[in-house]
Write a new protein. Structure first.
Length: 82
């Protein structure tokens, strides 16, 4: 159908995932910091909609030496939100 055909089209655009922009509280479960999604996980989510994921998706603000670390991997403290 037309809706299915439109959904199967992949975008021809560049995607920049900015790990420097995040909530001040970061990512927490019951006051325990969580690492957040890492570049590999984000790429897996975006891949079905991007023509060339390996060249069209770039990351900034992530640990370049370890793509398994999430955007909040440096988080150590509890949430600051009241």
């Amino acid at each position: 159908d037309d809706e299915g055909a439109a959904m199967s089209k992949k975008s021809n655009c560049q995607v920049l995932v900015n790990g420097f922009y995040f909530e001040s509280e970061g990512c927490h479960t019951k006051d325990e910091p969580e690492p957040g999604m890492n570049p590999n996980e984000i790429t897996n989510i975006l891949s079905p909609t991007v023509q060339n994921p390996s060249s069209d998706i770039t990351f900034t603000g992530f640990d370049e030496s370890d793509p398994t670390k999430g955007w909040y991997a440096h988080g150590t403290g509890p949430e600051t939100r009241d």
